[in-house]
Design a protein around this ligand. Sequence first.
Ligand code: IPE
Ligand code: IPE
Ligand code: MG
Length: 263
Amino acid sequence: MLSILSSTRAIPEIGPIPQHIAIIMDGNGRWAKKRLLPRIAGHRQGVEAVRDTLKACIERDISHLTIFAFSSENWRRPAEEVKLLMQLFLAALEREVANLHQNGIRFRVIGDISKFDPKIIDCIQRGEALTAGNTRLNFTVAANYGGRWDIMQAVRKMIAENPDLATDFDESDVARYLAMANAPEPDLFIRTGGECRISNFLLWQLAYTELYFTDTLWPDFDAAALDRAIASYRQRERRFGRTSEQVADQQRNKIPTITKEKV
Ligand code: IPE
Ligand code: IPE
Ligand code: MG
């Protein structure tokens, strides 16, 4: 089992470039509406923005990119939109997985994929297996994902595998079973489309993430928009519960920030 740092139990090392960026790609529908196009045209253009963002992340040496593609609540949309979104997801998987692999990208999906068409499940599994050895960028797509679902499934699995923990467990026990147990917590969260909410994304993992909201609609998101988000991130003082003076002291004296602690 990989051990990673939990932001509530240890202070992670932080640099000028976020290691892990998590994005809620919102505003596809409004992008299309502005152009008098059907909503699916916005989703299609959104796939292009994902491609540009992946490239920009690689160029900036970002090690983890996680995107919210379909939430556990998005099934509530009109059946026709859900159907078209599923078709687009399948087409994107069929077309892009080989490219991801060629670019050294490790691809993973988090969420309850059992609800998807078997063709989609098959593409996901093949894509994950094909790219399993890649290390250049960890690219995770959240599909039929919900933060509450993630915590619930983690607790369920933890108890099924360790019945003794049912009455006595701590944060680190649960963390081991979360869908993103293999990744550092996001340093930077970006939500496009102007809404300032989390919409049941990575609830557990965003505990100490820097949040950035932009009015840019997802299909218009590009490397320059990413740089604006990173510039905002760089101005933040990440205190993890400490005082500003403690942070300044630590930086002045170059006290190492990492307190090794397994979660
Ligand atoms: C985000 O764009 C994509 C998905 C949720 C699948 P939206 O479809 O939510 O776009 P808006 O918010 O209606 O503009
Ligand atoms: C969040 O966007 C989910 C994804 C981007 C996949 P929504 O557009 O569904 O969020 P709400 O409903 O406005 O909160
Ligand atoms: Mg939306």
